[in-house]
Design a protein around this ligand. Structure first.
Ligand code: ARG
Ligand code: ZN
Length: 849
């Protein structure tokens, strides 16, 4: 049942729980339509709370019976839970409830995925399993008994016993209910083990459906690497006898860090060279690390309330980014992360869904698992580390783990450890957690008598509910180059704290060229009216790999914008700059490939909007096509040579070196295809023995308007592999022309293998449409209408995934009046849907406000 009037929850209303939990005993009698959950929970009044009624969350539960200290009670049931009169002092609560996992299509709480029982409790799913104080500041050890027919039955912690039709687990580490997990089904394991640095042996297992056992080796390897890395880099050791990972086909997110029992979307675990791309392998490695790292940053130290989500997510993303940077290439990883930040977080921060890294209110917390909380949250930690230095950061983290182990904490606690460990005052820095919006940073320069002065101005535009913005602390990493290309001032971090602030450099022989915001040292939009020559110069000479890339990116962006505005020809300086870097073998292939990555079409639309212009998606599409054509022509000789040079021989390894070569080769294939009509791509498709080469070849063919036989052959070969078929669905839309994207998506929603209930499949089709800029933003509104149709259908089935995909509309106000009218109509149609979920209502409400 849905609440009639959605309630807004405010950070300022936080009050400690009235009761604490000493321990929890759960018994599950599993049955698809009628699972019984028996709970025995020891409560005691919270001495730190100002009293308060006994309230347990509970949703969609059928209460069979309840007792306090052994005596039956009749609690008062509400839509959100129950209340009951309880004794003074400690008492034992017992309840039996019935739930229907098979009917649970929302994939929150206990549900079934192709015959397997599994759970997803973060953030508030445990209340759909039994009555409980379902809030992260209530932590307790859990003992869980599972009864059923499944051959494998898992829960958190260590195994206590297992017999015919039952298994028992005990998790000694007090945890909030959102970290509870249960899995039961016909599963097989890839097993491993890990000896911790203090010499304890941990049994590792990756559990999958029979048939998938050949696709777990990579995840297992990544797990071991992650465990070792967290010991070496953060001094964090694992704390149970077992660590289990389970792959589930139907899952709303990437994965979940349940204590000792991580549950993963199978797309984030399963990989073999034949079925997964290099990018998939890298993503799996980082998600395995991410979830593992949560054991300390999330589980041992958790969040006091959901407003503090970034406390665990921002930090854990930051840690997984460091991990990948250590394992692979730090420069390439930084570029990837910034591309992702700009593609996903910047639009959020600059539109109607903007919210602080630590939000102050929400209606549905599931709507706040956002790029802002995660990725901007990680950027904030990166800035903190830049400001206090590596040693300061290490000291602060040690103090954090020492001081707060076993606690549910806040951002205030987090900042305090940095203040105490480094002696710094972080009160202004804290604004990064409180103030939404992407700051704009502009620069003026002057040079006189050997003194060079840079004057920065920062300004953060208003966001919903926050009209006035204060100046933030900006770490600006900067280097200066002399006109001959030598670095005269190596990287140093300027600390900007005022709205307008100057920095001077003395004793320079000539006016230097500044390399500003090296490594993307702060998540801002740099508005520098740098000229083309300066960018070309930095592209050629900057010693900072990120800024070298950034200079090329900016040149490409300005070239594209000029084409959109005036039909100008592609910038020869960019074409030549790219060619020079491609030819330079001192740069690793993955870095060279990054130089070819153009700004996304949505970013170009935002750049135009920022300059007060109305972006035309078709013109942007045309400009990008034109630039790629020009590049293909400019590199007509180099592309085939580089393609050949990047050929990988020997067995497939998804490491940085091999995957970098394949990335560059595939980028060259894209250019070659523009000139040979697909001959080389067809050959690559025919000869490929791994998915990275197969998929890239197929993409090239589809983009060239060919590939029908290959598409059919691909379908034939992979129709029984869900994850590979997701690629088949998505690629056809991603590579469609703007005219064809909507029709292709519509046709694919009618394919027998299209299944709205599977989030991966839904995203493969509708998510690909939403990501096709010119296709989705088609002038006649057909893209908006098709997506709205499906979101309206999905909302009652799976509100979380539907609400998440509604973000496709967040940029709607950038476009022309005609498109705006179509987008508004689509959003209003969603808003008017009878029984629309709280998730969906909040999202469309914010976007229409
Ligand atoms: N904590 C998980 C992770 O980032 C994500 C859980 C998301 N849950 C949700 N209801 N949105 O690793
Ligand atoms: Zn996480």
């Amino acid at each position: 049942m849905k609440d009639a009037a959605p309630q807004t929850v405010h950070l300022s209303d936080y009050a400690p729980p009235a009761f604490l939990v000493e321990e929890v005993h759960l018994t599950f009698r599993l049955a698809p339509r009628a699972t019984r959950v028996l709970s025995r929970i020891c409560f005691r009044p919270n001495p730190d709370a100002a009293g308060g009624a006994f309230f347990l969350h509970g949703e969609e539960l059928t209460l069979i019976r309840a007792a306090i200290d052994g005596a039956e009670v009749t609690p008062e049931l509400t839509a959100a839970g129950l209340t009951c009169t309880v004794p003074d002092g400690p008492f034992t609560w017992e309840a039996e409830v019935e739930i229907a996992p098979e009917a649970n299509t929302a994939l929150e709480g206990l549900y079934m995925s192709r015959g397997m029982y599994c759970t997803q409790c973060e953030a508030e799913g445990f209340r759909k399993i039994t009555y409980y104080p379902d809030r992260p500041d209530v932590m307790a050890p859990f003992t869980v008994r599972i009864e059923g027919e499944a051959p494998v039955m898992l829960s958190n912690g260590n195994p206590v016993g297992v017999g015919e039709g039952w298994a028992e687990w005990h998790d000694p580490w007090p945890k909030p209910a959102y970290l509870f997990a249960l899995v039961a089904g016909d599963l097989v394991a890839e097993r491993g083990s890990f000896v911790t640095r203090s010499g304890r042996t941990v049994d590792l297992a990756v559990w999958v459906r029979p048939g998938d056992e050949g696709k777990c080796a990579w995840a297992m390897e990544a797990l071991g690497t992650s465990m070792r890395w967290d010991e070496e880099r953060y001094g964090r050791e694992y704390d149970l006898d077992v660590f289990n990972i389970v792959a589930v086909d139907d899952f709303n997110m990437g994965a979940m860090e349940n204590k000792g029992l991580n549950i993963f979307n199978s797309a984030a675990v399963l990989a073999s060279p034949e079925t997964a791309t290099d990018a998939n392998f890298e993503r799996i490695e980082s998600i395995i690390a991410h979830e593992y790292f949560h054991n300390w940053t999330g589980n041992r130290i958790t969040c006091r309330d959901w407003f503090q989500l970034c406390l665990k997510e921002g930090l854990t993303v930051f840690r997984d980014q460091e991990f990948t940077a250590d394992l692979r290439s730090a420069a390439v990883k930084r570029i990837e992360d910034v591309r992702m930040l700009r593609a996903r977080q910047f639009p959020e921060d600059q539109g109607p869904l903007a919210h602080p890294v630590r939000p102050e209110s929400y209606q549905e917390i599931n709507n706040f698992y956002t790029a802002t909380v995660y990725e901007k949250g990680a950027e904030v930690i990166g800035m903190l580390k830049r400001l206090v230095g590596d040693d300061g950061y290490a000291k602060a983290l040690d103090l954090y783990f020492d001081r707060h182990d076993g606690q549910a904490c806040t951002i205030e606690d987090w900042l305090k450890v940095f203040e105490d460990a480094t002696g710094r005052d972080l009160s202004q820095f804290k604004l990064w957690y409180e103030q939404a919006g992407t700051p704009r940073l502009s620069v003026e320069e002057s040079f006189e008598g050997g003194t060079y002065t840079l004057t920065f101005t920062q300004h953060t535009p208003p966001t919903p509910g926050q009209e006035e913005k204060k100046p933030l602390v900006l770490p600006i990493a900067l280097g200066l180059l002399s006109p001959n290309g030598d670095e005269v001032v190596p990287t140093r971090v300027l600390e900007m704290t005022e709205a307008r602030q100057s920095f001077t450099f003395e004793g320079l022989a000539s006016k230097p060229v500044p390399s500003i915001l090296r490594g993307f040292s702060a998540p801002v939009v740099l508005e520098r009216a740098a000229d083309r020559d300066e960018r070309a110069f930095l592209m050629a000479h900057d010693t900072d790999p990120f800024n070298k890339w950034e200079a090329g990116r900016a040149l490409a962006r300005e070239s594209l914008i000029a084409t959109v505005r005036t039909g100008a020809a592609p910038d020869a300086a960019w074409l030549e700059g790219v060619a020079a870097i491609l030819r330079d073998e001192s740069f690793e292939p993955a870095f060279r490939a990054q130089m070819l990555a153009l700004p996304t079409q949505s970013e170009l639309a935002q750049s135009l909007a920022d300059r007060g212009e109305t972006p035309d998606p078709d013109a942007i599409w045309g400009a990008v096509e034109g630039l790629k054509e020009a590049l293909a022509l400019h590199l007509a000789d180099l592309a085939p040579a580089l393609y050949d040079a990047m050929r990988v021989t020997g067995p497939y390894i998804p490491d940085a070196e091999q995957s970098g070569k394949r990335t560059l080769a595939n980028a060259m294939l894209g250019l070659i295809t523009r000139r040979d009509g697909g001959e080389r791509a067809a050959r690559q498709y025919a000869e490929a023995d791994n998915m990275t080469l197969t998929l890239a070849a197929l993409a090239c063919l589809l983009r060239a308007g060919k590939g029908s036989p290959e598409l059919a052959a691909f379908h034939e070969r992979w129709q029984d592999d869900r994850l590979v078929m997701d690629k088949w669905f998505g690629l056809q839309i991603m590579e469609a022309t703007p005219e064809a994207a909507v029709e292709t998506a519509r046709r694919l929603t009618g394919h027998p293998a299209f299944d709205m209930k599977n989030p991966n499949r839904f995203r493969a089709v509708l998510g690909a449409l939403a990501g096709h800029h010119a296709g989705f933003h088609r002038a006649d509104g057909a893209g908006y209408a098709l997506l709205a149709d499906w979101l309206i259908r999905l909302d009652p089935v799976n509100p979380q995934t539907a609400a998440r995909m509604m973000t496709a509309f967040q940029t709607w106000r950038r476009y022309d009046a005609g498109r705006q009218a179509h987008a508004r109509a689509a959003l209003e149609r969603i808003a008017a849907t009878p029984g629309l979920s709280r998730d969906g209502a909040e999202m469309v409400g914010r976007m229409l406000a």
